[in-house]
Design a protein around this ligand. Structure first.
Ligand code: GLY
Length: 367
């Protein structure tokens, strides 16, 4: 199948989506300028896929770094461990990094590639649904700060994305559902027909029908590629991709990184955004119910944790990168399939949402 393309002029790159792609040397070779390659991965993914990547890289000089994985490892310390290996192995500016794993591996490895010798190339090989539909595309790299999510980072586009949908067969149930949160997010923020399609096919997606998963990855990546091609640095339309993220990042930081998965926090945040939009009559109560109902059917949380008070939420949300001069800005739906980034919302309605959309819940959120 033809790859999708993120159209950024002379930095345009392909996104390959399909089965059995991880071991295809022909997908890596055109994007490697030199013979030195560092594969960054985590222990679980290394056991499953590292040998195939090594074989695909042929007789190049291949080193690897195995991170602990998980949001708690998304730190400057992890970046430093990668850079240490690049320096020890005397990798030069024609070297490449391959980020093999989920969103944390991709963000950390991408950031190491962005800063090593002022930037070397990297290939994203996402192995989780969340990384395949979102974080591997678009060049956002970076790490968390104890006080806020993704506060340290750089825009650095990969030279290629290889999304092997066969890798999703071994994903944990919790990771699969967390990835579906980002898929649902695309339907709500951009494409009402895609939202309908997810509603109709959710059972098959949860049953890991590979054809359906591949369609969901491809459509999500099409949307992401279109948005990033228009607005690489998030000066405008790209902010819409952050639907649910201001609430979600507050949950992730407030509950200590890794306790809630990113996708779980985005699911709750998307429901909170729908609740707020419904309170202001921007969307109908019926549409808010549809969004929240689909998220519940996916076994994802439809509200935030009671452990965070409304004041906790406001304090954490004010640290969001979209905030301007301390004023919170939110991505809110105007309809299913249409969203807007705005600071112009009713603060009393937000207070109502923060009070109502909290519950005594703990991950995992499904039986
Ligand atoms: N995950 C949102 C973005 O890449 O812009």
């Amino acid at each position: 199948m033809q790859p999708l393309v993120v159209d950024l002029g002379d930095r345009a790159y392909p996104i390959h989506v399909g089965s059995d792609l991880i071991g295809r040397s022909d997908l890596y070779a055109p994007h490697l300028a030199g013979l030195q390659v560092l594969v960054v991965t985590d222990a679980t993914v290394a056991d499953l896929h590292l040998d195939r990547v090594r074989r695909a890289l042929g007789n190049r000089e291949v080193a690897s770094v195995v991170l602990a994985g998980g949001e708690a490892d998304k730190t400057l310390d992890a970046v430093s461990r990668i850079v240490d290996v690049l320096v020890e192995r005397r990798f030069n500016r024609s070297a490449a990094v391959v980020a093999l794993g989920g969103g944390v591996v991709g963000d950390v490895a991408g950031f190491a590639a962005a800063v090593y010798q002022r930037g070397i190339r990297y290939i994203q090989v996402p192995t989780t649904l969340l990384a395949q539909v979102d974080s591997s595309v678009g060049g956002k790299t970076g790490v968390n700060h104890p006080r806020g999510k993704n506060l340290v980072g750089a825009f650095h586009q990969p030279v290629c994305v290889i999304a092997d949908t066969g890798a999703l067969a071994t994903l944990s149930e919790r990771e699969l559902r967390a990835g579906l949160a980002e898929v649902i997010k695309y339907g709500v923020l951009w494409d009402a027909e895609f939202f309908d399609w997810i509603e109709a096919n959710l059972d098959g997606l949860l049953a890991r029908d590979e054809g359906l998963l591949a369609r969901s990855v491809r459509r999500s990546c099409e949307i992401k590629a279109e948005v990033v091609s228009q607005d690489e640095r998030e000066a405008g339309v790209r902010a819409r991709l952050n639907l649910g993220h201001t609430f979600g990042h507050a949950i992730e930081a407030g509950m200590e990184y890794g306790h809630w998965l990113h996708g779980e926090a985005v699911a709750a945040g998307t429901c909170m955004a729908a609740d707020l939009a419904a309170r202001m009559n921007w969307i109908s109560a019926a549409d808010a119910d549809r969004v929240q109902g689909l998220i519940r059917r996916a076994g994802l949380p439809d509200r935030g944790p009671a452990a965070l008070s409304p004041d906790d939420f406001l304090r954490l949300m004010a640290r969001d990168k979209k905030a301007v001069d301390g004023g919170i800005r939110l991505v809110l739906p105007r309809a299913i399939g249409d969203t807007v980034l705005t600071g112009d919302f009713d603060p009393r309605a937000l207070a109502g949402t923060l009070e109502a959309c909290r519950a005594d819940i703990e991950p995992p959120f499904f039986d």
